[in-house]
Design a protein around this ligand. Structure first.
Ligand code: SF4
Length: 116
């Protein structure tokens, strides 16, 4: 897939969970120098299916870690779900929202900070 992140932040505003995998809350808490429980209370909530934690949303629905300049506050440690978009998963209609797919200069298919 030809794609290069354009920092539009649209994928961080779309409705839905940013699910954390086991260990990701601990990693983020450690990086933020917070006790794990405090990080979980402040930045996460339980998903409706009660299977995992999701990052909290701001009032406008965007991710709690999306900054005003459309960068991710935890970019170096962002969850696998974020790193894997859009190569390993995507949501319905993402072609219309993701500017990384419409950039005429894209060619690599990889973001410099994407994993795997
Ligand atoms: S953690 Fe970062 S990349 Fe993931 S949704 Fe939040 S702001 Fe976006």
């Amino acid at each position: 897939m030809a794609w290069k992140c354009q920092r539009c932040g649209n994928c961080c505003r779309v409705e839905g969970y940013v699910r954390l995998r086991p260990g990701e809350a601990d990693l983020l808490a450690e990086a933020m120098e917070l006790p794990a429980g405090e990080f979980i209370d402040k930045y996460t909530h339980l998903t409706a299916d009660r299977q995992c934690l999701s990052l909290t949303e701001k009032q406008d629905g965007s991710c709690i870690f999306l900054l005003k300049n459309n960068t991710c506050e935890i970019n170096d440690l962002k969850p696998a779900q974020c790193r894997n978009f859009p190569h390993k998963w995507h949501f319905s209609g993402y072609e219309e929202l993701c500017r990384g797919l419409s950039d005429p200069g894209h060619s690599t298919g990889e973001e410099e900070n994407s994993e795997e």
